[in-house]
Design a protein around this ligand. Structure first.
Ligand code: NAD
Ligand code: USQ
Length: 404
């Protein structure tokens, strides 16, 4: 059904791998709302990790089946569902042949740095799950949907914290009088972040070798929970991780502030990262899909809107908490990670803005609403899950069982 003109047809059918997760669920609904035909592919392993580690989302989340039927009854829009593991190529092939995607958004990885540093088995699982899963997606595109655009979630952590400006994917270097534009150097600092580096290399190679079209979205740390679509009904509510394994910095600080736990700044707190609102995650992914990479092109976008140090985030949450009558304290926690605590950081992030991204800058009202959500679900917070328990230095070969 492709038009015969030279204009490429607009992508319509989007497969969202990892569509039951935090970024994936919000994105699947957003794309469905915007008129794309959406299929979610997920093996629900994230819900299993939570069960195994004794963790839970701050917000109650419904099963993927109830989420999808609620969306259908509210909007009349269907989302297809394929439950399975993308590391199983038979399953992935059937999903591709059945759904015939024009674009695949790949969120379906083990995404926690601390999880990947628990022990040898979790380190191996993370790299196997992420690297093989992505390789299978590349093979599925080559085999069944050559024109399909891969939109892959990477991470700003692939670059580490070099003492020079971070570019978007590539850097032009003059060496011994000759000049070339090369992949930006990668210095990841967990087995998880390294899995993303390995993915990027495999994707870059297959773009060259097979003409795959791909966009690597090097996303920063995501915060927030509500998007227009997930706010429509409580059954559509997104997950909100605050624990020491899956919780990310700003979301954790808001929950800590709400329950009177001191904010857990690791080490000196000068660790600076790019951050973005989950409402911008869904916007960025939509922009990448609507403006596909060309065949053979390996495009890299740095997907974040603002940079903050951990100390700056703690100060913002303290101030926002005061306005709500909360007495927010900060405590320096010995850093469980191996990372620079005071460093230069200046990362480019103009390509998505050039495509039309209108950022939701971190505002008092967003902090206020996040703190209020945390206050609303205060009774669901398990304070034992707040302090970090995974040490980069003390990782061992023995499988660590987690006790309550
Ligand atoms: P999440 O854990 O909430 O969701 C990931 C989803 O992928 C889960 O539903 C899980 O069940 C599924 N999944 C994992 N392995 C799978 C497999 N082999 N087959 C099928 N499904 C599988 O994570 P998230 O926070 O939504 O992150 C999504 C993506 O965005 C990840 O790739 C992550 O690295 C990236 N990212 C996240 C953030 C953040 O702050 N949350 C920041 C930058 C990048
Ligand atoms: N940190 C604290 N206190 C906390 C939690 C974190 O000081 O309670 C510090 C960490 O040491 C680190 C920074 O805050 O320096 C960010 O940590 P994080 O846990 O918020 O984020 P990170 O481990 O980098 O991982 C998250 C997502 C991951 C994604 C990454 C984007 O879990 O999937 O890839 O953000 S980025 O950081 O840009 O690589």
């Amino acid at each position: 059904s492709h038009p015969s003109s030279s204009e490429p047809s607009k992508p319509q059918r989007v497969m969202v791998i990892g569509g039951d997760g935090y970024c994936g669920w919000a994105t699947a609904l957003h794309l469905s709302n915007k008129g794309y035909e959406v299929a979610i592919v997920d093996n629900l392993i994230r819900r299993l990790f939570d069960n195994q580690l004794g963790l839970d989302s701050l917000t109650p989340i419904s099963s993927i089946h109830n989420r999808i039927s609620c969306w259908k009854s509210l909007t009349g829009k269907s989302i297809e569902l394929y439950i399975g593991d993308i590391c199983d190529f038979g399953f992935l092939s059937e999903s591709f042949k059945s759904f015939e995607p024009d674009a695949v958004v790949h969120f379906g990885e083990q995404r926690s740095a601390p999880y990947s540093m628990i022990d040898r088995s979790r380190a191996v699982f993370t790299q196997q799950n992420n690297v093989i899963g992505t390789l299978n997606v590349l093979f599925a595109i080559k085999e069944f949907r050559e024109e399909c655009h891969l939109v892959k979630l990477g991470t700003m952590g692939e670059y580490g914290t070099p003492n020079i400006d971070i570019e978007e994917g590539y850097i032009t270097i003059t060496h011994n009088g000759r000049t070339d534009t090369l992949p930006y150097p990668k210095q990841a600092s967990s087995f998880y972040h390294l899995s993303k580096v390995h993915d990027s290399h495999n994707i870059a190679f297959t773009c060259k070798a097979w003409g795959i079209r791909a966009t690597d979205l090097n996303q920063g740390v995501v915060y927030g929970v509500m998007t227009d679509e997930t706010a429509m009904h409580e059954v559509l509510c997104n997950r909100f991780d605050y624990d020491g394994v899956f919780g990310t910095a700003l979301n954790r600080f808001c929950v800590q502030g709400a329950v009177g736990h001191p904010l857990t700044v690791y080490g000196k707190g000068g660790q600076t990262r790019g951050y973005l609102d989950i409402r911008d995650t869904v916007q960025c992914v939509e922009l990448a899909i609507a403006n596909p990479a060309k065949p053979g092109e390996f495009r890299v976008f740095n997907q974040f809107t603002e940079q903050f140090s951990v100390n700056e985030l703690a100060a913002l949450v303290t101030k926002a908490g005061e306005k709500l009558g909360l007495n927010v304290q900060t405590k320096s926690v010995p850093n469980p990670r191996v990372e620079a605590e005071e460093h230069y950081y200046n990362a480019k992030h103009t390509k998505l803005v050039e495509l039309g991204l209108k950022p939701h800058i971190l505002s008092d009202s967003l902090l206020d609403s996040l703190l209020n959500i945390a206050i609303k679900y205060k009774d669901r917070v398990d304070t034992k899950q707040i302090m970090p328990t995974v040490s980069w230095r003390k990782i061992g070969v023995k499988t660590k069982t987690v006790t309550a």
